[in-house]
Design a protein around this ligand. Structure first.
Ligand SMILES: [Zn+2]
Length: 248
């Protein structure tokens, strides 16, 4: 098991700047750059169901993550290892199981506070059991507005478990798996490239840090992070691909 601070983890990614430089226009330095940065990262992805390949919306992402986070805490309570959707865990991947264990420990340390917050009825009017049968998906996404999300992420136990949850989602650093989990795509190519991995790492950074700071909260960086060895291999591969492309 390798424990590593997430900040050290990001220092290992110097070529993230290359992706940003390629894709972020000059308004990067203006006062609203944080939200622009988020929009720019989202624009690296597209929704395959949209006829004009629109990028996913921030509301869609928030809705998916909060629902997934609440669901995984309920799954932990019921001793279920999730097998589907955003939360799915490959039971043959020991690193993912160890990361799940770290999230479980966090849940049990805070169960009294987390249980009531993760009930299906505790959500926007269109969420979970409270969902109107006729509600359109977009209505549901829009109900995860800033005010709801700000109050959802207010407790420390929610932010600590959310941090570990995001680590778990990205445990399998495989673009195909991540496209499937998030239901949007990183490219239109038949085979993903090293650049796809970089895009997904930018996405991870957005949802783990920027999304929380935008809600006026500070992310809780938890030290119980498992770094899978194959993740390092893929990063090295991604870097060497970027370098060889740059030299062409
Ligand atoms: Zn791709």
């Amino acid at each position: 098991m390798v424990k590593i601070s997430v900040l050290k983890n990001y220092k290992m990614l110097p070529s993230m700047g290359q992706v940003i430089a390629k894709t972020i226009p000059p308004f990067w330095n203006n006062p609203s750059r944080k939200s622009r940065h988020e929009s720019c990262v989202l624009s690296l992805f597209y929704n395959p169901k949209s006829p004009i390949f629109k990028p996913p919306k921030k509301e869609y992402l928030r809705c998916k993550l909060i629902r997934g986070h609440k669901r995984i805490l309920r799954q932990i309570k019921k001793c279920i290892i999730p097998a589907k959707t955003l939360n799915r865990i490959d039971p043959s991947n020991p690193s993912a199981l160890r990361q799940y264990e770290a999230l479980r420990n966090c849940y049990y340390r805070n169960a009294d506070e987390l249980d009531p917050l993760t009930e299906t009825v505790k959500g926007p009017i269109t969420d979970g059991r409270a969902k109107r049968k006729s509600a359109w998906c977009e209505d549901i996404e829009n109900s995860f507005n800033m005010s709801f999300c700000r109050s959802y992420f207010a407790p420390n136990s929610i932010r600590e478990s959310y941090f570990l949850y995001v680590e778990l989602i990205f445990m399998e650093l495989d673009a195909e798996v991540l496209c499937d989990k998030f239901d949007f795509h990183c490219c239109r190519e038949k085979n993903h490239s090293g650049e796809c991995i970089e895009k997904w790492l930018l996405m991870k950074n957005i949802i783990q840090f920027d999304m929380i700071r935008e809600l006026d909260h500070e992310p809780i960086v938890c030290s119980e992070i498992i770094l899978p060895n194959y993740g390092l291999d893929k990063l090295k591969h991604a870097h060497s691909e970027m370098i060889s492309q740059a030299n062409m």
